[in-house]
Design a protein around this ligand. Structure first.
Ligand code: ATP
Ligand code: MG
Length: 263
């Protein structure tokens, strides 16, 4: 089958991309969705957050840029969750320059089906808008843009939206969905409320997802190399990511009505 591909992206750094990618990957895996998390950020945080790091001589997701699309399958490793695999990042690689075929990651994902019949692929991306990001968007059906509800965030989201529509037009008509997820949000803070409202007016209410509130357990979970869903299942952060999984799963038709309930 062809998996649904979701990129988690924002050109700004530190907006909760990796945290969202990891927790959605675990959220869907817990619902019985066969999921692959691809770490395209050379910081390697998604892998670190799940306790899977590639040693110097081990294959990585980034090998597709130096070897070719067939390299992705070799990089795939199991995680503690039987429904979730991960292709960790190459932590020393320089970003590919121009000249990368935009369809490279899409082709690699198609080939990864030989390893396992994935239903969902989540791609964590670095804070950039370069050729690597184009490959991520050219492979995706939907993009989640986590943003901090701060004054400068709207600008970052706007710049990103332009790239989204340009890739959709020139490379990937299957790129249909995009969602904006407020992260580290506190709806009692006026500026947070205002920024969320501004983006809602600009992009439409349907594009704004449930917010992820600030929760120290989310940051702590990373230090313990776990998702917050595993580390602190009753925490605010776990609850918010659970709602986000459910919301995205339903509105992007990733979760079917007969999917087994949460463990
Ligand atoms: N809801 C939250 N509550 C508290 N801390 C959070 C929350 N979400 C993320 N963080 C923390 O904020 C920091 C940045 O998050 P994260 O690494 O997910 O961002 P990122 O967008 O992937 O960053 P980069 O652009 O560097 O890849 C991390 O230390 C993370 O633990
Ligand atoms: Mg990150």
């Amino acid at each position: 089958m062809t998996p649904f591909v979701m990129a988690v992206a924002n050109r700004k750094g530190g907006t909760g991309k990796t945290t969202t990618a990891v927790n959605l990957a675990v959220g869907f895996a817990r619902r019985g969705v066969r999921t692959l998390l691809v770490d395209l950020d050379t910081q390697g945080h998604a892998g670190i957050g799940l306790g899977v790091v590639a040693a110097r001589d081990q294959p990585t997701a980034h090998d597709i840029y130096t070897i070719g699309p067939e390299a992705l399958s070799r990089a795939i490793r199991p995680t503690h969750n039987p429904y979730l695999d991960i292709a960790p990042a190459h932590m020393q690689m320089l970003h590919p320059g121009q000249g990368v075929p935009p369809g490279l990651l899409a082709e690699a994902i198609a080939l990864s089906g030989e390893k396992r019949d994935y239903q969902l692929v989540i791609v964590d991306t670095p804070p950039s808008l370069d050729a690597l990001m184009v490959t991520a968007l050219a492979a995706a059906h939907g993009v989640i843009i986590p943003f901090l509800p701060h004054p400068l965030s709207a600008e970052g989201v706007q710049q990103f939206a332009k790239v989204f529509f340009s890739v959709r037009l020139s490379n990937n008509p299957a790129l249909k969905f995009f969602a904006l997820t407020p992260v580290q949000a506190n709806l009692n803070v006026l500026i947070h409320k205002n920024i969320i409202e501004q983006l809602r007016n600009q992009y439409g209410a349907g594009r704004l997802t449930v917010p992820i509130r600030t929760d120290i357990k989310v940051a702590e979970a990373f230090a313990f190399q776990q998702s917050v869903l595993d580390y602190a299942p009753t925490s605010r952060g776990a609850r918010d990511y659970d709602l986000l999984t459910e919301e995205i799963g339903r509105s992007w038709s990733i979760l079917e009505a007969n999917t087994p309930p949460l463990e």
